[in-house]
Write a protein that binds this ligand. Structure first.
Ligand SMILES: *[C@@H]1O[C@H](CO)[C@@H](O)[C@H](O)[C@H]1NC(C)=O
Ligand SMILES: *[C@@H]1O[C@H](CO)[C@@H](O)[C@H](O)[C@H]1NC(C)=O
Length: 341
């Protein structure tokens, strides 16, 4: 899109961990004066705070299909960052974007947030798998079964792009880590914590011992929240300025800058607990069946594998620097923080 044209950007998930990091970056974007940012929020109080930052808030939820359709029919860019699995809201957004296309003849842009959970198996912590998914390989990505988590929504998004009325880009973050910072967090608008590592710290605090599913051999990618936030802006810039940014079936972008085993995370938590005088052993122990029922509602996605390389994301110039060692080193602060709250 040429400079000096107002670009209507609609965001969902602004009060969340990812969406908050992205909105923060949109607000300090060099082209902010070209952007008109509209954000969907449930809380009137947060809506007022967003208004003070120059964002146009709309109070509503993902269940308000008519509202979503209307907002998207007025948007050049939609950044969907609230929920990777809310099928009806994505259908409503696409319907609104189709109206926009019919009015202008230019396909609007949908950046939708999925996750590398789409790559999960049922390892139960007992092994690692060898398939490493490559976001720059559309043929491999097309083989992902429709039954995988998030995949139903992703396929509808890609299908809309194939119909030609929207250009779709799917961002798939992995284990996002780090405590988010900045004005939106300071103002109490957006969440500063991931659900992933705290989801393992909380049960570990309760049982006073680091834990894992099975032997913790399964592997997952990780990415820092600040670097994942940066990626969304790199992608947006590429989409707004270049003709050839891969979209649709060629529009997958992983968020990955390292890989860890569940054992590694369980061990870091176990060590933090010992150092803080809470735990007894520096080795994580296997969650019993009773513990899995109690802490994880009987399900063990954290014992799965999800392996990938963010080749496509890096091809846009994204160059994340944080490593698995940095992620593991951040765990003690997460444990200390959760002891306080
Ligand atoms: C991208 O990812 C794959 C893993 O699937 C890896 O084997 C390959 O070397 C990578 N390609 C490039 C160009 O970095
Ligand atoms: C995270 O946000 C909560 C709620 O706004 C706040 O109480 C807490 O201090 C924040 N944590 C950090 C480490 O900034």
């Amino acid at each position: 899109m040429p400079a000096n044209t107002e670009i209507n950007i609609f965001v969902t998930g602004a009060t969340g961990y990812i969406g908050g990091a992205v909105l923060l970056r949109l607000l300090r974007h060099p082209r902010i004066s070209d952007f008109k940012i509209t954000a969907l929020v449930r809380s009137p109080d947060k809506a007022e705070k967003l208004k003070s930052l120059g964002v146009t808030p709309v109070v509503g939820s993902l269940d308000d299909s008519e509202l979503l359709k209307k907002l998207c029919s007025e948007s050049d860019v939609v950044m969907s960052m609230a929920d990777a699995d809310h099928f009806a809201s994505v259908q409503a957004m696409l319907s609104g974007l189709k109206t926009k296309f019919e009015a202008t003849g230019t396909p609007p842009i949908l950046i939708h947030t999925s996750g590398t959970g789409v790559l999960m198996d049922n390892a139960g912590g007992m092994y690692q798998y060898d398939t490493v998914w490559n976001d720059a390989d559309p043929e491999q990505m097309a083989t992902l079964p429709p039954t995988q988590i998030h995949r139903d929504v992703d396929l509808v998004v890609v299908g809309a792009d194939e119909e030609g009325y929207v250009k779709s880009y799917i961002v798939l973050p992995s284990t996002i880590w780090g405590i988010a910072q900045g004005r939106l967090v300071d103002l109490g608008i957006s969440n500063n914590q991931s659900m992933l590592i705290p989801g393992l710290v909380r049960p570990s605090l309760d049982r006073k011992q680091g834990g894992m599913v099975g032997l913790g051999k399964n592997l997952w990618p990780n990415v820092n929240i600040e670097e994942q936030g940066d990626f969304f802006i790199i992608l947006l810039d590429a989409v707004l300025t270049k003709q050839d940014t891969g979209h649709g079936t060629n529009g997958y972008y992983f968020g990955e800058s390292g890989e860890h085993s569940l054992y590694d995370v369980g061990k870091a938590i176990a060590e933090a607990l010992v150092d803080l005088g809470i735990g007894q052993s520096r080795e994580p122990t296997t969650f019993t069946k009773e513990e899995i029922d109690k802490y994880f509602r009987g399900r063990t996605p954290i014992g799965s594998n999800s392996r990938c390389r963010a080749n496509h994301s890096r091809s846009l110039g994204w160059n994340p620097q944080k490593s698995t060692a940095d992620m593991l080193a951040s765990i003690r602060a997460e444990v200390e923080y959760m002891l306080k709250v």
